[in-house]
Design a protein around this ligand. Structure first.
Ligand code: 5AD
Ligand code: SF4
Length: 460
């Protein structure tokens, strides 16, 4: 078989970005990139371990790959590989387990040329080769080649690695290591190349994005933060149609961000501010560095300064000891703040984290019930937020045809329904006449109504 590689990504946006880079490394070495359900000579599974569901899904996908082509090399990397290489080594058919470091060596490792110099490995252990180093000692951002695949409008760009915050429930600081910021020149070089290759929107991502620059102190001063980075990108890549930031710790939103949003229409009016809980006792147990009223003050302050700002949040239910009253406080806070959308997580005890050792774990059915209530609330919040913009006109970056809504013959040429997002993250459906390929078009759209899970709009 000719050399081919396929990848499956679990988990976060950072993983997606990294998978693209890993595939690009193989492409440069003469491999053809194929779909994950096709026969391939190398399968990469980039895993997630943020909850036990990440572990479970990762194991499923690893088994599938090993079955699909028993001759293939099955490579397991990412956070689950970093956290539990021995668990993965027990799955039949795995050839290589590579943690979150030394990935620049991946092709050589697969081809058996080099062991890399960054990994501690144990050649005497039977089973698959393990290259998993002590990530807590890692101080460098590992540059990987970036991928410029065409055909999509939005690209993730990683700006930093790691997290040094150690919230009590979270495994991520252990699997990703301490904060390491990427060099600004590299970030800008990647974004400029993406724009040149037809990308229309860039989303800055990281493990703890708002810690950008925290690890680079010169003469007792932080050289850069997320706002200086954003401003430099906006100034140095002026033909980038849209820039978004993915997730920012609520008490770390740089003061200059609202001003940058007001001065640069290309900088999207959307902030994802992970809340986790709206109860002060639970927040303290989580080791989150704010109270519910501080969180509310941040959101209200930002909204006062930026018209139309969308604020979305992560929220967790079932943290050990969370009572009905504690949950009620979370529910009320997000409802009363009128957030624009929520990502709801059911607490999952992660081995080795302080919260996993707490005795009063919440029973799964209670977590389920609380999660359901918040998901319903999230739907209402999305619609309420969208309703506030009906009748107004906003830019929509058209990304894809709405699946299942192909050509509809109205008159001669027919229309097709396409979807995309506004700067403040409203998902909008628009009709586009004829067979026009609208992908990547930044259209002015009048928002006219609410559909089932989208806003309806007309291009003007
Ligand atoms: N259980 C459930 N959700 C978790 N998250 C992080 N750790 C856990 C855990 N142990 C969620 C948080 C975080 C998001 C990326 O994942 O809400 O913001
Ligand atoms: Fe995990 Fe907290 Fe770091 Fe986010 S900030 S990655 S939740 S430790």
């Amino acid at each position: 078989m000719s050399k081919s590689v396929a990848a499956h990504t679990l988990g976060c946006k950072v993983n997606q970005h990294e998978t693209e880079s890993l595939l690009e490394m193989f492409r440069r070495r003469g491999y053809e990139v194929v779909d994950f359900d096709s026969p391939a000579s190398v399968y990469i599974i980039n895993t997630c371990t943020v909850t036990h569901l990440g572990d479970r899904k990762s194991r499923q996908v690893i088994r599938q790959a090993a079955k699909r082509n028993p001759e293939a090399k099955v490579v397991v990397t990412g956070c689950y590989a970093q956290r539990a290489p021995e668990e993965i080594a027990g799955i039949p058919g795995v050839s290589l387990i590579l943690g979150n470091r030394g990935r620049d060596q991946l092709v050589d490792l697969v081809e058996g040329i080099s062991g890399g110099d960054s990994g501690k490995e144990d050649a005497l252990t039977p089973g698959p080769r393990r290259v998993v180093s002590d990530i807590s000692r890692c101080r460098e951002f590992e540059e990987l080649p970036f991928a410029l695949e065409r055909g999509r409008t939005r690209a993730m760009v990683k700006v930093q690695e790691g997290c040094s915050q150690f919230c009590s429930y979270c495994i991520v600081p252990y699997t990703r290591g301490p904060v390491r910021s990427r060099r600004e020149e590299e970030i800008i070089r990647e974004i400029a190349a993406l724009v040149e290759n037809g990308y229309r929107e860039v989303v800055l991502t990281g493990i703890h994005t708002s810690a950008y620059g925290q690890d680079r102190i010169v003469d007792g001063k932080r050289e850069a933060d997320l706002a200086t980075l954003v401003e430099d990108i906006l100034l140095q890549v002026p033909d980038l149609p849209r820039l978004r930031i993915s997730s920012v710790e609520p008490v770390e939103v740089p003061d200059a961000i609202p001003d940058l949003m007001n001065r640069h229409p290309t900088f999207c009016r959307h902030l994802h501010l992970p809340l986790q809980s709206g109860d002060d006792r639970v927040l303290k147990m989580m080791r989150r560095p704010y109270t519910s009223s501080q969180y509310a003050a941040v959101v209200e302050g930002l909204r006062r300064r930026v018209e139309g700002l969308a604020v979305t949040a992560d929220i967790m239910v079932g943290f050990p000891g969370e009572t009905d009253q504690n949950f009620e406080n979370s529910y009320r806070l997000v409802r009363d703040l009128g957030l624009s959308d929520l990502h709801v997580f059911k607490y999952s005890p992660r081995p080795g984290t302080p919260a996993a050792a707490l005795s009063d774990q919440v029973p799964p059915p209670v977590k389920e019930e609380r999660s359901k209530a918040l998901l319903e609330l999230a739907g209402r919040l999305r619609r309420d937020f969208a309703r506030g913009f009906l009748g107004t006109t906003r830019g929509v970056l058209i990304e894809q045809q709405v699946p299942g809504k192909k050509q509809r013959p109205t008159g001669g040429s027919g229309t097709a329904v396409w979807e995309g997002y506004t700067d403040n993250y409203l998902r909008v459906a628009v009709e586009v006449p004829g067979g026009e390929d609208a992908r990547g078009r930044l259209a002015r759209v009048k928002l006219t109504g609410l559909g089932w899970d989208m806003v309806l709009g007309e291009i003007i």
